[in-house]
Unconditional design. Structure first.
Lengths: 149, 149
DNA sequence: ATACGTGCAAAGTATTTGCAAACGG
DNA sequence: CCGTTTGCAAATACTTTGCACGTAT
């Protein structure tokens, strides 16, 4: 557990530093969103970030949240994830070790993360054959969780 | 090419028959949408279906299109695909042979299909370990196509 | 004949944008 | 100070829903 916390802090600091070095100012909204994202284990929606910050006593306008999410995604610091349902989710891009994919229950909407080295190797091989310069990938498994089944 | 056309007709017929046997009537909108989807090689958005049908001289209301897409998705005859950008895409669910995934250019929005047996085997293995009853999966590779790079 | 299917328009969400005021460096 | 960032409200984009009318069986 200790390792996770240390890595999260790293992402937050690295992100704020990267933006600062690129000439961006880190105002109230940006800092609040980055710090909240750095504390998560899995992806969040814009609305969940909005609610989380309000609950923390650091309310930020929803428009600012979307602007921060766009900026971080464009800089490659955040990954936008579409699990269906028409709501975008976002999560911090950390190192290789914490790379994972998602498993969604179609019935209750529950989302879980999973990781598999063999799957990553198969993806690497496919990516080299595409003719594209592949920047990232998403895998979503859809089904029914134990509770719903 | 011949094989593709034959399979497409199969999907169209199988779909209309399945609906009929389940007690659904096949009116103008439903038949038009199913026939158009059956002719595609890759996924389409609701708007593309709307435009395509208008161009064919068989205009269908956008609401009916969404209703047909929902029904077919629920029946497992159609797969809903989210490639980011907040627009849902849909494609016919055909046999194992035509199963494929998608490659998206982040710059120009171009979408291509790819298939890889080894990737499918890796996914099968992961799916058995999840504790979920996995109904399907999506893989999206994001990057820059040759033209944009 | 009688449900089911369809189109239109209105409503509902998620997200983006315009703009004036607040703020960081 | 001065340009960036922010919040609000309005605009937009996609999708869903209510309802009256049409149609398949």
């Amino acid at each position: 557990m200790r390792a996770t916390i240390i890595k999260s802090v790293d992402w937050t600091e690295r992100t704020l530093r990267t933006l600062h070095e690129a000439g961006y100012r880190n105002g109230f909204a940006r800092r609040a969103v980055v710090e909240l994202l750095g504390r998560q284990d899995c992806c969040l929606t814009a609305q969940e970030i909005f609610d989380g910050l309000r609950d923390d006593g650091r309310p930020v306008g929803i428009a600012s949240i979307y602007r921060v999410l766009d900026l971080l995604t464009e800089k490659g610091l955040l990954q936008r994830i579409d699990l269906g349902g028409g709501v975008a989710r976002y999560e911090a891009v950390r190192g290789h070790e914490e790379h994972h994919h998602h498993l969604v229950c179609d019935d209750c909407g529950r989302v879980e993360a999973f990781a598999d080295d063999e799957l990553e190797r198969a993806l690497d091989r496919v990516e080299r054959r595409t003719g594209y310069s592949v920047a990232g990938h998403d895998v979503v498994l859809r089904g029914s969780c134990a509770a719903c089944r």
